[in-house]
Structures are given as C-alpha cells and as structure tokens.
Design a protein around this ligand. Structure first.
Ligand SMILES: Cc1ncc(C[n+]2csc(CCOP(=O)(O)OP(=O)(O)O)c2C)c(N)n1
Ligand code: SF4
Ligand SMILES: [Mg+2]
Length: 286
C-alpha cells in the first residue's frame, strides 16, 4: 500500500533503479499502522548502511524508521557520530546538525513547521549518540525539555564515543576501559532517563533494541505524546560491538543479557501522556 510520495515518470521507468520503483510500489507511506512486522515484505526506508556489520545502531534505526507513524511528514535531526553515516541512505527528510546542537535545531524546525503548516501533523525526531545527547549536547537537550518543545529525543547509548575511536562518555559505566580511556571510568553512569523525567519529559522509556515490537510500541507512544503534549525521551542501549570486543553476530545476545539488568525495560508517563495514549489506543493506532 503506497502513498504517492514517489511517482516514477513513466517515460523513464525502464531506466530508473528498481529501488526507486520499489519506493513507489512497496513503501508504507501514508499508513499510520505501519509496523516493524512489514520489514520482510515491504520497501524499507533504510536498507543499506555503512556502519560495522552487525552494529545494533543500524538495527535500531531500521526499527525506528519502520515504526514512524507519519514518515512522509517527519523530520529527523541527527548529530555527528556513527549514526550519521546512515543518514545519507535514508529515504526521509533528515537534517545533520553540528555535534551537540541537535535539540536546539529540532526545536527551531518544529516551531517553524507549526507556524508554516498549522493544519498538518509534522513530527520532529532527534536521533543522536550518548556523546551528543548527554555530554557535549546536555545543555541543549535539557533546555529543550525545560521549554517543553514538542519533539521526541532518541539517544543511541553505546556507552562510548564510538565514531572517534573509543573515548569514555558520561554514559560509560564505572570502571569501563576503552582504547582512549585506559584508566577506566572513575564515576557512575549518568541516569539520563531520570534526568529526562526530572526535566519535564512527558514520556520516557529505557530499553535495548533486542525486541523490534517493543521498540515500535515505544517509538509510537513517544511520538504521539510529543505531538500533543510535550517533550519525550527514549533511551536505547545499542552496544558498540567493535569497542567492547564482540563479533558481528553477538550484538543481540549482549542486549538480551542487559535486558535483565542495567537496561531492564522502564517506562514513565505523565497523566497527560496517559490520556493521549488512551485516545490513540481507542483509534487502533497503538
Ligand atoms: C563540534 C564537534 N565536536 C566534536 C566532534 C568530534 N566527534 C565526532 S563524532 C564524536 C563522538 C560521537 O559519539 P556519540 O555521540 O556517542 O556517537 P557514536 O559515534 O558513539 O554513535 C565526536 C566527539 C565533532 N565532529 N564536532
Ligand atoms: S564503531 Fe561501534 S557503534 Fe560505530 S558502527 Fe561500529 S559497531 Fe556500530
Ligand atoms: Mg556513543
């Protein structure tokens, strides 16, 4: 079922790459019930990427893109890091912001879109690493929560600055040693999910990406609440298999192990968020 975002010019159909024709014929635009369950049979908005083989960040982005309720009217704001290598491959509107600035850029985009298209639903979603969200961008992240910006912030927590070769971040657990942090982390991991609650987010979730269906539910809830109430925050554990010395097929097992302890599923909703989610549930959208 395809919403006509991509319409191939008939005169050129025989020379247009098959993947563009697939976007016309097999993408899931325009279907608010689109789901991760369609990944095997429909056209994905991300199929190839240049991350390490088996990187859980790639799986996370794949699940998130398949879960967006309104991809044709969603703007994704990204920051520098491993995930930024994926964005040129995505069939969506994306903005690459300066490292750490992502929540400020997203706030501006959301406000302008509300002004320019008052009658249209436009979702703005931030996707950034732990270094961008919690270290260098922490001020901007929290200020967007304080201002009650109607955006969803998703943090890919791999507990390290992966893209620059392994420095510790505020989200590295105490004692962890990385190539460029040889003395080991001296203090505890920052509980960013709690900071998000204390800073005014209306929906907060912490989880690994071991279960695509669970990621889908969380992403949809976070986006619906941001649309109608205020800021929402999703904290995903997406281990850097390279920096913790795992093989490319070990990421899932690592996440399943953490599901039982440090990244046990946790969710928080304000009463206003509960009300909005009950409405979406009644409409069959959750
Ligand atoms: C303003 C600015 N400061 C620093 C950098 C260097 N830099 C690029 S990626 C990166 C680390 C990214 O870490 P994280 O946000 O955790 O993402 P990951 O690569 O781990 O997914 C840094 C420090 C930069 N590109 N721009
Ligand atoms: S360095 Fe780590 S986070 Fe970056 S792509 Fe490779 S496995 Fe993924
Ligand atoms: Mg990181």
């Amino acid at each position: 079922m395809s919403f006509k975002i991509y319409k191939v010019n008939e005169a050129l159909r025989d020379v247009v790459p098959q993947e563009v024709i697939d976007l016309e014929e097999k993408a899931t635009w325009g279907d608010p019930k689109r789901s991760v369950m369609q990944i095997p049979t429909h056209k994905e908005l991300l199929e190839e990427h240049s991350l390490c083989a088996g990187c859980p960040e790639a799986a996370a982005i794949r699940y998130i893109l398949a879960s967006l309720p309104n991809p044709e009217d969603t703007i994704i704001v990204n920051s520098t890091g491993c995930t930024s290598l994926v964005f040129p491959h995505i069939s969506l509107h994306t903005v690459h912001s300066l490292f750490g600035n992502q929540n400020s850029v997203a706030s501006g985009i959301k406000r302008v879109l509300e002004y320019r298209f008052p009658d249209k639903v436009k979702d703005v979603v931030v996707l950034a690493g732990d270094g961008a969200t919690v270290d260098i961008g922490l001020d901007y992240t929290l200020q967007s929560f304080f201002r009650q910006e109607k955006i969803t912030t998703i943090c890919f927590d791999n507990e390290v600055y992966a893209n620059t070769g392994g420095q510790e971040s505020g989200l590295t657990p105490k004692g962890h040693v990385f190539k460029m942090a040889p003395k080991g982390k001296q203090f505890e991991k920052v509980p960013m999910w709690q900071l998000a609650i204390d800073s005014g987010c209306h929906y907060v979730a912490r989880l690994t990406v071991s279960s695509p269906k669970r990621v889908e539910k969380v992403i949809k809830e976070a986006i619906y609440v941001a649309r109608e109430v205020g800021p929402t925050y999703v904290h995903l554990y997406t281990p850097c298999i390279l920096e913790i010395g795992l093989n490319s097929d070990d990421g899932l097992e690592e996440m399943r192990a953490r599901d039982k302890e440090r990244f046990k599923f946790f969710e928080y909703k304000t009463p206003e968020a509960e009300e909005v989610l009950a409405k979406y549930k009644e409409e069959g959208l959750l």
